[in-house]
Design a protein around this ligand. Sequence first.
Ligand code: KG4
Ligand code: ZN
Length: 415
Amino acid sequence: MAASGLILGIESSCDETAVAVVERGTKTRSSIVASQIAMHAPYGGVVPELASREHLRNVVPLTRAALAQAGCELRDLDAIAVTNGPGLAGALLVGITYAKALAFALAKPLIAVNHLEGHIHAVLLEDRQRRAGAGMGEPGPLPAEEAALPMPALALVVSGGHTHLFLARPPSAGPEMGSWRYSLIGRTLDDAAGEAFDKVAKLLGLGYPGGPWIDHLAQFGDPKAVPFTFSQIKVKSHLEGKAPRTKGALTAPIADLDRHFLFSFSGIKTAVLRYVEVNQMRAGCEARQQALMAMAASGHRPTWQDARALCDQQTLDLIASFQHAVVGDLLRKTFAAAEAVDAASVLVTGGVAANRELRVRFTAEAAERGLPVAFPTPALSTDNAAMIAAAAWPRFLAREFAGLDLEADPRLVLS
Ligand code: KG4
Ligand code: ZN
């Protein structure tokens, strides 16, 4: 069983190469992320071939750096954990191939972690760390089910690639603890929420990724100026395979889900586009994009303050209204689902969990309902490997190891 409790986590599912060492699923000894955002930004989205190439370039030096920062060596590790999906096939493959090579060469167990499970464990990891830091116990051999957040938790995983609701249940107690169980409660039928932020930002001439730009600019607009609504979701056409499929929709079946907990974000993107056209704002968006690109070309990395100076009040109102509508939709469905499945807490995770309006409104709603709510810190909101190493710990205890025939599964389902 556990000799050192040290697990090396490797994450390469999208545009971040990340390596971390986490002790017993609780103590982050190191967590290093090499972001490729600047490289993909000129294309307005992730270019898969470039992503794989960068992962390949980064994964070995990052592993060395993560071990050095953790003050340990490869031989001290108990296991190697790696994201095996969902994500970009070529990108996943880089992390998996390297993890397999390490596991084989060191004769250590290999643990496969679903990326969405990782995002959920980002919050659980920090929850345990906070508890340890608050003097409620040293980070020792802490069983995962002792997380302070009451369980089961309704988890909203909301990022550029995913918008899913899961009910997360800890392992049952006992010597054979087993690993966490997840039931899919809801998900998007088309775009992910982060994808909507990115597409709307692009349309308005703002930078990539769009979420942080919209988050900052929304505070200067009137969230009630444009009354966006979410139309009736056409579940039938999705079940019949007629509706268009986008990356947010790939990773789970919908036939058995309650339609009240399904999301759809492609409509609001089209509504923003229509608003821009009807109000003749197109030229302004293009001028804004040109101005921001010119700044970048002259060596000044544009900030949201620069963008604000380039936005008139109508644009700021549009941004605020868009964000208000998306956050409101996420909020209503998440809390309705929490009530329906009798969740004892709510956790929100993934890149969009960094959104400030989302945090404020979820916190207020949770307080009103007397339901604890948790978010990751900004560092663990976006992709990282500490969450992968943390999610692997209960699997390590349960001896749920992957074989050296582990493959990338771009559409891996969490259940
Ligand atoms: O989890 P993540 O780093 O990668 C994926 O797995 O997709 O999430 C990135 C997404 C992007 O769509 C980005 O626009 C969004 O998270 N995002 C935000 C904010 N920060 C990042 N969306 C809204 N508000 C933010 N503050
Ligand atoms: Zn992610």
